[in-house]
Design a protein around this ligand. Structure first.
Ligand SMILES: Nc1ncnc2c1ncn2[C@@H]1O[C@H](COP(=O)(O)OP(=O)(O)OP(=O)(O)O)[C@@H](O)[C@H]1O
Length: 545
């Protein structure tokens, strides 16, 4: 059994309310909370120990240290620069259901609570500031310790001694990413005393080139304030380095600035909170960032038909989902609604896509939820008894790369030991799907595909699984619409749709026959043709808690 951390001594003191010098406050700091009580005037005149007061105290404000991002002390000055005593300022982001004109919001969202306390005046400005600093240190330390203990020591923490690299794509989403930084995020990082440097990306592949060459010893983590596309660039930039094995261990953080924000929505989901959107999601991810807990992140090694390899942290899609993602680019000014508009347009002209799909089941597959399991071919022309080969043995076809490739760079990264070359049959222990007509194939490593699409509710960032979904031809338009509507709550598997299949796999191969077509990796369009991917469990690190 893990040793329990010894409890700290309770701190108690009397402060005054900075907004009204006459109001005395009894404050108690424990290992888990900061409690503030207003002392009725009759009982506050002489007592410096709130517990010794015999008068009944007013109701307490109890602030959980689990919600605290930081606390600082400073000397207050009036308009003429005169000393007005020392203040303690603690910053909390508790969750609460917001009240609207129409009622109460369905999910609790984080909101900011600033608790200010003035050190009771003793006439010695230096001593007052020291006392404020003692309290600020105690609150900060106990909040950090509370976070670490609450997660049972499973997570490491981002190093505070170095700076965060915060990459902002000013054009992502509706073009508001910079405003998101200068609004809540900059303030939150300052409150949490997280040192960081903001870098605005100027063009496509800017972030990729930057992290490929960066001195990573300078940075505690790389944080993306953008859509998922910028993180895709960063991960591939890190994997293109000579020291890729070390480089990819740099903690990665995400703040939602795009229109899909799949990883940001997933990071929020992993906090076990109900789904939130927009600015509420931003605040939730900012809070996670300030707490700085780091967990393993799976990477997918994706092999394209030209032989080039990419690394993905999120998804591989073909058919309906990939088409909607790319076709809805033209609706970008409407923000996240672009996917809904795109889906409705594509639904009106629903297509089927011919191709072959095969996968290697995860060993824990027996426990997975499957809406419908179609018969699979144990062995066919698509399978063989060929031994697995390492990536160094794989052949590279001469087909010209289309959109995203790594053609000009030396290949780095872990060996893909589960896959045979794309031109060769899949290994015999793979499952080959009998159906050849699909509406969509979607492989994902995370719970969410967008803020309002919870495709794999049970996914975890380092679970070592690819969550593979496919919908076979024959599904009706209303049934497909029902599936997507149910996905908002992650309830699509309960729809009992005979055309929907869900498998947890370690690797997969897709060989599209329909041409032309669209394949996306992490929402970015890649060259079209045969493609395969395998998961590399926990290869990267994600700020998530
Ligand atoms: N300053 C820039 N100008 C043009 N393109 C950029 C710039 N900075 C980054 N990019 C590129 O923009 C692409 C899209 O970025 P990202 O996915 O982060 O945002 P997004 O497309 O708005 O997000 P979403 O897919 O959620 O809508 C990435 O491929 C990235 O390389």
């Amino acid at each position: 059994m893990a040793a329990r951390a010894p409890l700290s001594r309770e701190l108690r003191a009397e402060f005054t309310d900075p907004a009204d010098e006459e109001v005395k406050l009894a404050v108690t700091l424990t290992d888990s909370s900061l409690t503030v009580r207003r002392i009725p005037p009759s009982s506050s005149s002489s007592s410096s120990s709130p517990s010794s007061s015999s008068s009944p105290l007013s109701p307490s404000l109890v602030l959980s240290l689990a919600d605290c991002v930081g606390c600082r002390a400073y000397s207050a000055r009036d308009g003429d620069g005169e000393n007005e005593g020392a203040l303690v300022c603690a910053y909390f982001y508790p969750r609460a259901r917001r009240r609207w004109a129409g009622g109460i919001a369905p999910a609790a969202a984080r909101h900011r609570v600033e608790q200010r306390l003035r050190v009771a005046s003793g006439g010695d400005a230096g001593a007052e500031l020291q006392e404020a600093e003692r309290w600020a240190r105690a609150v900060t330390h106990r909040a950090a310790r509370h976070t670490a203990l609450a997660h049972g020591g499973q997570y490491s923490q981002v190093c505070r001694a170095r700076r965060l690299m915060v990459l902002v794509n000013p054009l992502s989403g509706k073009g508001q990413a910079m405003a998101l930084y200068t609004g809540p995020i900059q303030r939150m990082l300052t409150e949490a005393a997280v040192p960081h440097t903001l870098i605005t990306t100027e063009h496509q592949n800017h972030a990729r080139e930057l992290v490929r060459k960066a001195d990573l010893s300078q940075w505690s983590a790389i944080v993306i304030l953008s859509g998922d596309g910028l993180l895709f660039e960063v991960i591939n930039g890190l994997m293109e380095r000579e020291d890729w094995e070390e480089a990819i261990r740099t903690p990665l953080g995400i703040l939602p600035g795009g229109s899909g924000n799949a990883l940001a929505a997933s990071v929020h989901h992993y906090t076990q909170a109900d789904g939130v959107f927009g600015e509420d999601l931003l605040l939730s991810c900012g809070f996670v960032l300030c707490k700085g807990l780091v967990c393993p992140l799976d990477l997918l090694s994706v092999r394209l038909s030209s032989g080039h390899r990419l690394f993905s942290f999120l998804s591989l899609a073909w058919g309906f989902v990939a088409d909607v993602d790319i076709e809805s680019e033209k609706y970008r000014p409407v923000g996240a609604v672009r996917f809904l508009v795109g889906a409705l347009v594509r639904l009106a002209s629903l297509r089927t896509y011919q191709g072959r799909l095969a996968f290697l089941l995860a060993t824990e597959e027996s426990s997975s939820v499957t809406a419908h399991s179609p018969p699979s071919l144990p062995a066919s022309s698509y399978c063989s008894s060929l031994p697995r080969v390492s990536n160094t043995q794989q052949h590279h076809s001469s087909e010209r790369p289309a959109t995203i490739t790594g053609a000009d760079l030396k290949e780095h990264g872990p060996v893909d030991d589960l896959m045979t070359p794309l031109g060769a049959p899949v290994p015999t222990d793979w499952t080959v799907v009998e159906e050849r007509d699909f509406v969509l194939v979607l492989a994902t490593c995370h719970s969410h595909l967008a803020e309002d699409l919870m495709v794999a509710p049970d996914a975890q960032p380092g679970d070592g699984h690819i969550h593979l979904f496919y919908v076979t031809a024959g599904v009706s338009r209303p049934a497909l619409l029902r599936l997507f509507l149910a996905m908002e709550k992650g309830a699509h598997l309960a729809c009992d749709c005979p055309h929907l299949v869900y498998r947890r796999v370690k690797a997969l191969r897709l060989d599209p026959v329909t041409r032309p077509g669209v394949i996306t990796v992490d929402g970015e369009q890649v060259e079209y043709g045969p493609v395969q991917a395998q998961v590399h469990k926990g290869y990267a690190r994600l700020i998530s808690g």
